[in-house]
Design a protein around this ligand. Sequence first.
Ligand SMILES: Cc1cc2nc3c(=O)[nH]c(=O)nc-3n(C[C@H](O)[C@H](O)[C@H](O)COP(=O)(O)OP(=O)(O)OC[C@H]3O[C@@H](n4cnc5c(N)ncnc54)[C@H](O)[C@@H]3O)c2cc1C
Ligand code: SF4
Length: 552
Amino acid sequence: MHTILPIRHQPPIPLDKVILRDPPSAEAIEMDVLVVGGGPAGLACAIELAQLVKRDQESGGGMPDLSIGVLEKAESLGEHNLSGAVVNPRAFRELFPDLHPSDFPFRQPVSAEAVYFMTERRAQRIPTPPTMHNRTFYTASICEIVRWLGERAEALGVNLFAGFPVEALLVEGTAVRGVRTTPSGLDRTGQPGPSYAEPTDLTGRVTIVAEGTRGLLGQAWREWQKVGSANPQLFALGVKELWEVKRPLEAVIHTLGWPLPTDAFGGSFMYPLGPSQVALGLVVGLDYHDAHLDVHELLQRLKLHPLFRRQLEGGQLLEWGAKTIPEGGYHALPQRKSGDGVLFIGDTAGYVDVPSLKGIHYAMQSGMYAARATFNALKAGAPTAAALAACDRMVNESYIVRDMYRTRNMRLAFKDGLYLGGMMAGMMTVTGGRFPGGRIEMPEDARTPRTTSAPAEPFTPDGRLTFGKLDAVFKSGNATRDTIPSHLIVGKEVSGEVAEFYAHVCPAGVYERVGDELRVNPPNCVDCKATDVLGPRWTPREGGSGPKYRGM
Ligand SMILES: Cc1cc2nc3c(=O)[nH]c(=O)nc-3n(C[C@H](O)[C@H](O)[C@H](O)COP(=O)(O)OP(=O)(O)OC[C@H]3O[C@@H](n4cnc5c(N)ncnc54)[C@H](O)[C@@H]3O)c2cc1C
Ligand code: SF4
């Protein structure tokens, strides 16, 4: 038996490359407000801000036009977004009060739901825990939501810069003054090739960071500004597939138990997306103990269970993808989500309620609060840290933090295994979060030791119902240029065992153990950020690289 402590092999955040004190270049594009990330948080923020300006001007308030720019690393909006998804429409209703739910980009209302406890052969239906009730909500594809929000933002005059990954914050003193995008056209050694394009600098009076889960800019800014949290942020990895099926799925399904070991936290979901499609996914907390645990492979095994097989048989895999989810909850929220000239919203701030697996409406709502704080600060003339802190106050007094407070210890209770965690979570539900009181302390995921025992029984995909990682990456639409330089920073002293651990962590086959060496295949990366949590650091690469999700 061999024990691996992931943090020992993890390189530090490249702070000197992410927080830049250089003055912006002479050709910098000047905007009033920059939003990094065109997901639900960033787009809801841009829409709300543009609407506030419009309403103010219509009522004679005197607010001048604001130039708002959204920078997104995907080549086209939606291509890097992945979710379940069952959506609580609350934030949509507030952002678009004149629209009816049938106008929103949802697939169907949730009409029935079921939760199962799984063993390898059986699925035992159990009562739906109160935190998992989804009636009055809708199933949806986040790619479609993002494209729809993008159209609304564009119609309001927002500038959408798709294919522009941000690699650094431009700072002056403690203030954020803008961003620098990645260069493109570098060759494998990092030298400019024939299609080289320089990075672009953009300046903004306010920069709103909406970069999603495990954001590099957010991590770097918090380390630089020494912004802590009571508990470290925790993450889960979700691997998801979209299937064309022969018969409609009747209910939203969640499962617990098999194929996860009892000392890992997680579960699966299958959601109906209209008459002929289903979304299927497995989410596993990255504090699991077995170094050979492989979330992609567990999802493949899950599909062989009768509960899923009978739904998928005769169907076809349309898309595959993966993404992490911040799941540390209330106790992992940063002490500050705002600073001089900067705000953090959505997943990068950690606004996800794990027991209900919901983040989309919190991301959008936090974006709307950021827009209101920005609008007021600009109207008053100075987007100082004190003025932008209004966003933190709005979030703290809202249902975002209220919901997260109610479930504050639920995910944390599972650190001692499924059975004890399940019992404690039940008590927490009954007492509205008051049991056990206080805060359950957690180490960051990379500080949980992993043990390797005997090599796991190899799994052979059949290419029909189950797929290997390379076929899966093909189904993500990833067509990254294979001459791209590596965007992954690998630590020192990576032994054969550690290389094998990374190979299991990464759902996209980026890492391979070759003898006692680590081989890295960067173009395969789908930006899920799992190894950023447990191993090599992820950094942004040339715009348009990575997956091209359409209906995830
Ligand atoms: C498997 C899974 C299932 C889920 N199920 C549900 C569900 O059923 N219901 C629900 O409500 N929530 C669900 N969630 C959570 C939900 O998807 C997120 O909370 C939500 O998407 C967060 O929105 P966001 O805008 O903060 O981040 P994202 O949606 O991740 O958007 C961030 C955007 O920023 C871009 N970006 C990142 N870095 C950069 C950079 N450096 N430069 C430029 N652009 C950048 C990304 O490409 C992306 O488009 C699920 C998540 C997962 C992974
Ligand atoms: S290398 Fe890319 S795809 Fe693999 S785990 Fe890391 S971020 Fe995810």
